[in-house]
Write a new protein. Sequence first.
Length: 187
Amino acid sequence: MFHHPRNLAMQSRSPEETRRLAVALSPVLRPGDVISLGGDLGAGKTTFVQGLAAGLGIPDRVTSPSFVLMKEYLAGRYPLIHMDVYRLERMQEVVDLGYDEFLDPSHIVVVEWGDMVEPLLPKEHLSIQIGYGDAETSRDITIQPKGAQWETRLQGVRSLVDELFSVDRDNPLAPPPPKGPPPQEML
Ligand code: ADP
Ligand code: MG
């Protein structure tokens, strides 16, 4: 696959890791931001939104909005709108009911299957693709900035994500590796 250096790619090995990745992304989110989530049914889009919500301090249990088009969570640091536009006819529903939400600068908006309504999305948005990996609970996740602003803002996320996915992931409580040479008395 063509590697685009502006993208952030990582492999999640569990639903919990996917949520943790979303928690790591959440501090950079601001009202007016739009995130588009892509990936097959069961890939982990809703799981990712659960992490985002937790990171935003939303205490509610986040479930799939498949049957209601959108859910609104108001109890966190910023209001969050969670949409799912899986059914194709929703393009029209989105135009009728939800388009203003994309442009609402007071909310953070996350759209599952956002690729399906791509023409409706603002030029500046974050696209996150989740694909099945080679093991039952592994997922390949790619974060793609759309627009110059997100390219810049994603730089701040890069180090957080690198840290999250490069430390001893099997033992998160392990002490960090020693920095520099050992103290003299140990030699
Ligand atoms: P989607 O919203 O994309 O249809 P969901 O988040 O509702 O997907 O469901 C994803 C399912 O896959 C959940 O049952 C989750 O526990 C499971 N799963 C297994 N491994 C992972 C992973 N690494 N990341 C996210 N979900 C995972
Ligand atoms: Mg879902």
